[in-house]
Design a protein around this ligand. Sequence first.
Ligand SMILES: Nc1ncnc2c1ncn2[C@@H]1O[C@H](COP(=O)(O)OP(=O)(O)OP(=O)(O)O)[C@@H](O)[C@H]1O
Length: 342
Amino acid sequence: MAELRLRNVNKVFQQTHVLHDINLHIADGDFVVFVGPSGCGKSTLLRTIAGLEDITSGELYIGGALVNDVAPAKRGVGMVFQSYALYPHMTVYENMAFGLKLDGAGQDEIRSKVESVAQTLQLGALLKRKPAALSGGQRQRVAIGRAIVREPKVFLFDEPLSNLDASLRVQTRLEIAKLHERLGSTMIYVTHDQVEAMTLADKIVVMNQGRIEQVGTPLELYNQPASEFVATFIGSPRMNMLKGKAAEDLGGATLGIRPEHLQVRTQGEAGDWKGVLRMAEHLGSDTYVYVDVAGVGEMTARIVGEMELEPGCELYLHAPSQHMHLFDAQGKPVDASLRRTA
Ligand SMILES: Nc1ncnc2c1ncn2[C@@H]1O[C@H](COP(=O)(O)OP(=O)(O)OP(=O)(O)O)[C@@H](O)[C@H]1O
């Protein structure tokens, strides 16, 4: 187990400056998730920690030791990728034993470690099979098992579930969460998936164009986004962002309100936005409505449960003031004390 510290880490590929002055502390035992739009540098940051990419400038410490020039295999990190990269000609047992053999472990030690990890990941009955005879979820568990047997100080996961179907994703996500609870090791995880980020993370790191936008617990990011970027990135469907009068009346440039915080009603009250229903999506558990509001634009609202609505009908939207997020022209939150009441 180990803590990690990144100090002013930069990564430049030829002409492309991909990571800008990354400063980050990851406490021992933390589960940290990197999120951000495609190309923002998540994988590069993870690969830099693993030692698969050199650091152009800055310092990386693992467990207090400077590791900039330490080879990947000597950093005590275990990595699990999106593609399982199992050796096809080896059995599950041999795949899991391979790294330990390279480390010079004895037969008995290898057997006891592989068998214990196989039991944890419910792979005990599959040890003699080759990867071709496994399902996607089983292969991914072998890939995780292969990393675990070496007892790394830090686990690095790069979108490990993205090749799995929806139900296996949920199942394997739970297994990873339980694994973290049981091992207590430091885990760093890259994903595109909001739900994975929100459910797994102790801390989420939101990245944007090679920079860290905000670091916080899932609920801090959801409730107190430090920028318009984070506000729209965290939460699904995304936060409504209103420009113009609605925001200016309150003393800001943009007014944000999450779809789940809008109250939708068919009879209007004073202060409601009046709109016309463009489309409704029925998910069973929820209904998403897309409403055209004159002078404001299209707004999305989430209604819990089922609501029968005819496209083209009039709807009224109410935004409770405690759920409003106000941003200035630079996309930074407007201090609540400076906010005007409408
Ligand atoms: N070996 C390389 N040489 C040059 N540029 C690279 C190299 N690897 C990555 N990049 C660039 O660095 C930027 C960040 O890439 P990276 O893969 O880290 O993003 P990401 O956030 O993981 O994206 P995604 O979510 O799409 O996987 C991209 O603009 C990419 O084109």
